[in-house]
Design a protein around this ligand. Structure first.
Ligand SMILES: *[C@@H]1O[C@H](CO)[C@@H](O)[C@H](O)[C@H]1NC(C)=O
Length: 210
């Protein structure tokens, strides 16, 4: 009974393998299977053929498209993975750090380059080349050539964000909510430096001479 179940499968198997042989004819298919090869139904392959490979003779695998090796253990990428990438499965490369694209053929900066930075290979390493007003590995840091003083933070090229009590392009001007009088100067938030002979928080008092 089991013979009847198995028999019709045989011509089909031969047809499929023949078709594969025709498609990959002339390629560097490792087993060189061509139409009309001997297909031993009793063949044993140990270790077994991987990735859908078919055991056609004892310890001889016919690999499905995209695989090669004794037991069809290796995936085959075409075009080959570039820049040291590994072929994970047919047409799928795992790229070395710093490379991307289907075949690892493009340079890729992890996290990308911001603010108009360009990803470039520098000595085999992917790096962001930043426009002049930005710096950092991703060009994420703005450059304020004037500097940001008194705890100010450079938030955009040339723009400081100043803490409370400070103003100006470099956060260099203190703010006194009450103006300093009599020629006094606001030297830090709400602190006046007075001209003699004046004193007091706003330089409003004239010192008494003794
Ligand atoms: C294949 O191997 C089996 C034993 O594993 C053996 O009985 C058989 O004769 C072999 N076939 C050929 C064609 O060598």
């Amino acid at each position: 009974m089991s013979r009847f179940v198995h028999k019709p499968a045989v011509p089909l198997a031969i047809f499929l393998l023949a078709a594969v042989g025709v498609c990959s004819g002339g390629s560097d298919a490792p087993r060189g299977v061509a139409v009309g090869f001997v297909f031993d139904l009793q063949a044993k392959c140990d270790p077994p053929c991987k990735h859908g490979g078919v055991c056609i003779r004892n310890n001889t695998c016919h690999c499905s498209k995209g695989y090669e090796g004794e037991t069809c253990q290796y995936a085959n990428c075409f075009p080959k993975c570039k820049n040291g990438g590994a072929c994970l499965r047919p047409g799928k490369c795992r790229c070395q750090p710093g490379y991307g694209g289907r075949y690892c053929h493009t340079v890729s900066c992890a996290g990308g380059c911001w603010n108009g930075g360009e990803c470039n290979a520098v000595n085999g390493e992917a790096k962001c080349i930043c426009p002049s007003s930005w710096s950092g590995s991703k060009c994420q840091n703005a450059i304020c050539p004037q500097g940001c003083r008194n705890g100010g933070i450079c938030v955009a090229p040339g723009i400081c964000s100043c803490p409370e009590g400070w103003l100006g392009g470099a956060c260099h001007n203190a703010v006194c909510s009450q103006p300093c009088l009599n020629g006094g100067k606001c030297i830090s938030p709400n602190k006046c430096r007075c001209r003699p002979p004046f004193s007091g928080p706003r330089c409003e008092e004239r010192k008494k001479s003794h």
